[in-house]
Design a protein around this ligand. Structure first.
Ligand code: NAD
Ligand code: UDX
Length: 465
């Protein structure tokens, strides 16, 4: 078996940074070099002030604090790190293509290909190359072809080891994973990688498959998770129309051990960098293999997600007498979920853009997202004009003079807001739109707010109708 002494990871993003930090923390005898072409990102990973790490994850600062400088190193010297490594992880971005063949669906593999070429050029001796990025099935073939074209006495093995961490719980997910998946045929390489994880992951949780099953399992896991969210969101709309309550329905169906209770929380639709991209990629692969009906099945998961966001924006407008032009609306939460500063594909983007389009003045609050990110996501600088947005560091300031509070991210702090104090500074009639179902509705109603909550129908109204 190859003994791993030095690891290099290309890509110091949301996956590469936390994953390698945990590996370094758990394997003090392995030198781990995390490299990136983004100098600002690497500088932030090296910042003395651990609060300034480029990724916000509960527990991450402690892990980095223990390992950095000891056996965890962040640098922009990609080639040197590749040359030193026994094992190279590819953890670079694989976004949806925006142009050319497969635009809007297929993964853009240019960064993966560039990395493979860099490894082919700079690796020394025997190198195990590990696909950590989420990739279309059979990408390992491409990586192998690039590595194989330039061996010059060196040797390479490619493994697939997709990452299942969720943002906001990344450290817990990495430290206690449900499973670690390793795809590949080379027994020695598989064992070398398993022995890294084996330092802290029970052996029975390390699964081995062939390369293609491993690549496809990652896309499938994300498609299944996203499908559960679209399913419950579709039922939420039916609850609102019929007087049922989606939380009660979720509890009732989730108690069936065959269905299970996780991923049944209705909300403004899923966001994040993975679900949409990975399902679209799956759809593209199905079409590539001429499985049109299968492609359409998975495509509908994305359609429901988009529809849910549009539906929420429309119902806000409709409850506010059909117009929000010039009205101040407080948006609570911009991140795609709580406990992260990540806004990629956050439902807040589509919902805010729709409200801005209607001429609303948005007062946006988020405890972790900075205003520059919001400006870039919304495609416009902040302004106090109609159809403009402003960032408010405090909820109370966002609520001042607002006709509505719209909860889009389930930050804990939003569950225990002082509704009476907020209602006092709002313009009435004032609304609470709770797209995450976390507020105490009775308290909000008692404070004089009108209330809409995702998936909550009004049984009496339906009976009267
Ligand atoms: P990211 O955009 O946060 O990070 C990728 C990094 O790779 C960037 O910092 C970029 O500068 C760097 N990079 C690009 N080309 C490079 C090169 N040639 N050399 C060195 N660095 C290079 O992306 P991410 O969220 O960390 O995701 C990475 C992969 O992991 C994607 O395939 C994604 O689908 C997958 N994934 C993401 C998550 C998640 O929660 N974010 C979870 C599981 C899997
Ligand atoms: C997801 C997968 O969970 C993870 O395994 C994979 O590695 C990367 O993609 P992530 O996107 O970080 O992780 O977060 P996740 O917790 O899955 O949430 C995704 C979106 O779904 C968020 O917008 C979240 O708010 C939403 N969601 C999740 C719901 O609306 N309801 C739920 O019940 C669960």
């Amino acid at each position: 078996m190859t003994t791993i002494r030095t690891i290099c990871c290309l890509g110091a993003g949301y996956v590469g940074g936390p994953t390698m930090s945990v590996i370094a923390d758990r394997c003090p005898d392995i030198q781990v070099h995390v490299v990136d072409i983004n100098e600002r990102r690497i500088a932030a990973w090296n910042d003395d002030d651990l609060v300034k790490l480029p990724v916000y994850e509960p527990g991450l600062a402690e892990v980095v604090g223990r390992a950095r400088g000891r056996n965890l190193h962040f640098s922009t010297d990609v080639n040197a790190a590749i040359a030193m490594a026994d094992m190279v992880f590819l953890s670079v971005n694989t976004p949806t293509k925006t142009r050319g063949i497969g635009a809007g669906q297929a993964s853009d593999l240019r960064w993966i290909e560039l990395c493979a070429r860099q490894v082919a050029e700079h690796a020394q001796g025997h190198t195990i190359v590990v696909e950590k990025s989420t990739l279309p099935v059979r990408t390992a073939e491409t990586v192998q072809a690039i590595l194989g074209s330039n061996t010059q006495g060196r040797s390479f093995v490619v493994l697939s080891n997709p990452e299942f961490l969720a943002e906001g719980t990344a450290i817990a997910d990495l430290e206690q994973p449900d499973r670690v998946l390793i795809g590949g045929e080379d027994a020695a390489a598989r064992e070398a990688l398993a022995s890294v994880y084996g330092r802290w992951v029970p052996r029975e949780r390390i699964l081995f498959t062939n390369l293609w099953s491993s690549e496809l399992s990652k896309l499938t896991a994300n498609a299944y998770l996203a499908q559960r969210i679209s399913s419950i969101n579709s039922i939420a709309a039916l609850c609102e129309a019929t007087g049922a309550d989606v939380n009660e329905v979720a509890r009732a169906i989730g108690s069936d051990s065959r269905i299970g209770s996780k991923f049944l929380k209705s909300g403004p639709g899923y966001g994040g960098s993975c679900f949409q991209k990975d399902i679209l990629n799956l759809v593209y692969l199905c079409r590539h293999y001429r499985l049109e009906t299968v492609a359409r099945y998975w495509e509908s998961v994305v359609e429901i997600n988009t529809w849910q966001q549009e539906r929420i924006a429309q119902l806000v407008v409709s409850r506010l007498f059909g117009t929000v032009t010039g009205k101040r609306l407080a948006v609570l939460g911009f991140a795609f979920k709580a406990n992260t500063n990540d806004t990629r594909e956050t439902p807040a983007i589509r919902i805010c853009q729709a409200l801005l389009e209607e001429g609303a003045r948005l007062a946006i609050h988020d405890p972790k997202v900075d205003p520059d990110t919001i400006a870039s996501d919304l495609g416009c600088a902040s302004s106090d004009a109609d159809g403009g947005w402003q960032f408010c560091p405090e909820v109370a300031a966002a609520a001042a003079g607002a006709d509505a509070l719209i909860i889009l991210t389930e930050w804990d702090a939003y569950a225990s807001l002082d509704w009476a104090a907020l209602a006092m500074v709002m313009r009435h009639p004032a609304w609470l739109f709770d797209a995450r179902g976390l507020a105490d509705l009775e308290a909000a109603r008692a404070a004089g707010l009108k209330v809409w909550r995702v998936g909550l129908g009004d049984p009496s109204l339906v009976l009267a109708a």
